[in-house]
Each structure stands twice: as structure tokens, then as C-alpha cells.
Design a protein around this ligand. Structure first.
Ligand code: ATP
Length: 230
């Protein structure tokens, strides 16, 4: 479904991604692990066209999206939940969702089905985005991506800054999502990410260091110690 081939991405002269390759199959949930500053967010932003790679290719469902603009990539079916969530603070939950709903969409997700998956948001429909807790905003960011009926989801560090009890709620939601669509999730919280994924990659300093099933990642002491321990 997603095929990232040897991408090199820069911020100005700073060569951040130095040949990243990864793949996600049609029915797969895959995690991208690595410490703070490893290049996870830059990989996500490269896929979404915010930081287009200078070298390498990104294919989505077999089509080259490397040089497309972000809105075109979204239209092709990639939903993006950014690390900073980007909820509209002055708009209510309902309005945040309405803005994201695609009028032409005839997919599985609409206001009713999204609210069924997120009962908490149903209770907060008239709450302004800016008045929500970090965990509530995270759920809204995922709901907002879903209501656009993507074929594939990119989740950038959804656990960041959330209390353990909220992380549990998030896990429940993502495990339900796993049945509905493939995703790539970037996380520093390896334990969480490995629980919701089938396979994973480990990135460090813009280089891919390891790839394997979640079991192999969990049981590899060297990977755990060198790349994943905080
Ligand atoms: P985090 O957990 O902090 O989000 P990450 O793995 O997502 O980490 P990136 O945000 O992709 O890492 O950062 C990779 C490298 O690129 C880091 O060295 C970071 O300092 C640098 N970097 C990130 N954003 C910019 C920017 N806008 N301009 C210049 N350098 C940047």
C-alpha cells in the first residue's frame, strides 16, 4: 500500500533522512520507532509532502506521490494525524469534524460512525477544541482524520504527553481501527506501538537500523537497549 524507497530529506542544508525505506501492506499495521530526534516526524512529513524528499520515491497504491502537494496526497487517501494535533481551538468538536468531512465521501466513516467509535467525543460535541485536554484533543485529531474516509492512516506520536489512563483508552481505539484500515504509527513509546502493530522499523539519526515483526523487536535485547530505551 505504502512503499517508501530510499528517501533523503533535508531542512535547508541539514540532511536529516539519509536513505529511509519502509513498506506497509494492505492489511498491515506498522510502527516506526526511535528516540527523540531520530527522524520519525520528518519521515511522516516527507510522506505527506510537507518536507518533500530530494531523492528517493514514495509510492502509494502503486502511484508515485513523491512530488505531489499535501492536499493531493490527502485526496489520494492518506489521512494524517500530526504530532501537534492541530485542532481548531475556536471551533467546537462538531465543527472540527464537520470541516474535515468530505462531502463527496461515501465511505464507512461519517459523523455517526465516528462518534460511535469515540463515545467521549459524543459527550463533548459542543466543547471548543481549545478547552479540551490533551487526550481529548488526540482522540479528536484521529476522529477528524477518519471522517475524511482515508484508505490509510499516518499517526505521529499519538501517546505524547498523555496520562497512562488516556493511553489505555487510545490503545483500545487504535486496536479497533486496526481492523478497519492499515496504518503507520510513529512512537517513542515502543511498548504501546508494539502492542498495536504487526511489524516495526527502528530509525536512528535518519537511518533505518532494524526491521522486524513485533515479536522480534520485543525480544531483541540489543535493539531495545541501543535504540528504544529512554
Ligand atoms: P520527536 O520524537 O522529537 O518528534 P523525531 O524522531 O520525530 O523526534 P524529527 O522531528 O523528524 O525526529 O527530527 C529529526 C531531526 O531533524 C532532528 O535532529 C531535528 O532537530 C531536526 N529537525 C526537525 N525539524 C526541523 C526543522 N524544522 N528545521 C531544522 N531541523 C529540524
Amino acid at each position: 500500500m505504502l512503499d517508501v524507497r530510499d528517501i533523503h530529506s533535508y531542512y535547508g542544508d541539514s540532511h536529516v533522512l539519509q536513505g529511509i525505506s519502509l513498506r506497509v501492506g494492505k492489511r498491515e499495521s506498522v510502527c516506526l520507532l526511535g528516540r527523540n530526534g531520530a527522524g520519525k516526524t520528518t519521515t511522516m512529513k516527507s510522506i505527506m509532502g510537507y518536507v518533500p524528499p530530494r531523492k528517493g520515491t514514495i509510492l502509494f497504491e502503486g502511484r508515485d506521490i513523491t512530488r505531489l502537494r499535501t492536499h493531493e496526497i490527502v485526496r489520494m487517501g492518506i489521512g494524517y494525524v500530526p504530532e501537534d494535533r492541530r485542532i481548531f481551538p475556536q471551533l467546537t468538536v462538531r465543527e472540527n469534524l464537520e470541516i474535515a468531512a468530505r462531502r463527496d465521501a461515501s465511505g464507512r466513516w461519517d459523523m455517526a460512525s465516528v462518534l460511535e467509535l469515540f463515545p467521549l467525543l459524543k459527550r463533548l460535541l459542543d466543547r471548543k477544541g481549545g478547552k479540551m485536554s490533551g487526550g481529548e484533543q488526540q482522540l479528536l485529531a484521529i476522529a477528524r482524520a477518519l471522517i475524511g474516509n482515508p484508505a490509510f492512516l499516518l499517526l505521529d506520536e499519538p501517546c505524547e504527553g498523555l496520562a497512562p489512563v488516556i493511553v489505555e483508552e487510545l490503545k483500545r481505539t487504535i486496536l479497533i481501527l486496526k481492523e478497519a484500515l492499515p496504518f503507520l504509527i510513529a512512537e517513542q513509546n515502543a511498548r504501546f506501538a508494539l502492542e498495536v502493530s504487526d511489524r516495526g522499523y527502528v530509525i536512528e539519526k535518519g537511518l533505518m537500523k532494524y526491521e522486524g515483526t513485533t515479536e522480534s523487536l520485543r525480544s531483541n535485547a540489543e535493539v531495545q537497549q541501543r535504540y528504544l530505551s529512554v
